[in-house]
Design a protein around this ligand. Structure first.
Ligand code: 0O2
Length: 210
C-alpha cells in the first residue's frame, strides 16, 4: 500500500493544487459583476481498487500506468448552463500553468450510453523534492444536469458490474434525453435566472453588510 501512496502522491498534489486554482477562478468571478461559469469544483485521485479494475479491463501493465491511465488524477468542474462549458474551456485554454494534451467533446457528440461532458487531459507540472514532474490530469466539465445523470448512471454501472438490465438502460437513455432538454430549457431562460441570482446576491449583501 505504501508504494501506491508514493506513486500517487504527485497526482494528489496536482488535484489539490488545481482545485485551489479553479476555486480561485470562481472566487474572482464572485467579486465581479460577471456571471460565474463555475458552480463548483471537485477532484479526486482514482482509488487503487478502480485503478486495478481499469488496468485489467484495458490491459495496461501496472508498471506502465503513468502516461497510459489518463485519469489517475481527476478534476470536475460543474456549470449551471451549457454555454458556461465553452467559457470554462476558453478560460482553460488561455492559462499557461499546464498543457492541454487531449480534448474530447462529449457534449456535442454524446456517448452511446447517453453520457455528456467536456473532457480535457492536462499535463500539469508538479514541483517535487526531486524536481519538476509532469503528471496527466483528466478534467471533466459538465452542467449540473449532466452531472446528475452521470452520477446516477455510474452508480448503476457499479451496482450491475457494467451489465445494466435492458429496461433500466432504456430508462437511463430517456433520463439522458430529459437532462438534455432540461439544459436546453435552462439555457433559454438563462437571462431570467441570472437576473434572479443578481437580486438574491445583492439582497444577501445588503443583509450581511453592517
Ligand atoms: P471513475 O473514476 O470511476 O469515474 P472508457 O474507455 O470510456 O472507460 P477512457 O477511455 O479512460 O474510459 O476515457 P473516457 O471515455 O474519457 O472516460 C473517462 C471517465 O469519463 C470515466 O472514468 C467516467 O468518469 C467518465 N465517463 C465516460 N463515459 C461515461 C459514461 O458512459 N457514464 C458515466 N457515468 N461516466 C462516464 P471511469 O473510468 O469510469 O472512472
Amino acid at each position: 500500500m505504501k508504494e501506491w501512496d508514493v506513486m500517487l502522491a504527485p497526482y494528489k498534489q496536482a488535484v489539490d493544487e488545481l482545485k485551489v486554482k479553479f476555486k480561485g477562478v470562481r472566487e474572482q468571478y464572485a467579486h465581479s459583476p460577471r456571471h460565474t461559469p463555475i458552480e463548483f469544483v471537485t477532484g479526486r485521485v482514482k482509488p487503487v481498487s478502480s485503478i486495478l479494475q481499469k488496468a485489467k479491463r484495458k490491459q495496461i501493465p501496472l508498471n506502465e500506468l503513468e502516461g497510459n491511465m489518463q485519469d489517475l488524477a481527476g478534476i470536475r468542474i460543474m456549470c449551471q448552463f451549457v454555454g458556461d462549458i465553452d467559457t470554462v474551456v476558453e478560460l482553460i485554454k488561455i492559462r499557461n500553468d499546464f498543457k492541454i494534451v487531449e480534448e474530447i467533446d462529449y457534449v456535442k457528440h454524446k456517448k452511446e450510453s447517453g453520457y455528456r461532458s467536456y473532457h480535457m487531459v492536462l499535463e500539469y507540472p508538479v514541483q517535487t523534492i526531486d524536481g519538476e514532474k509532469p503528471v496527466l490530469v483528466e478534467l471533466q466539465i459538465r452542467t449540473l444536469a449532466m452531472n446528475f445523470w452521470a452520477t446516477i448512471e455510474h452508480s448503476l454501472q457499479y451496482k450491475y458490474s457494467g451489465q445494466i438490465p435492458r429496461d433500466l438502460e432504456e430508462r437511463l437513455h430517456r433520463a439522458s434525453e430529459a437532462a438534455f432538454r432540461l439544459d436546453e430549457e435552462m439555457s433559454q431562460i438563462r437571462g431570467e435566472v441570472r437576473e434572479a441570482q443578481k437580486i438574491i446576491s445583492s439582497t444577501a449583501d445588503f443583509i450581511h453588510k453592517p
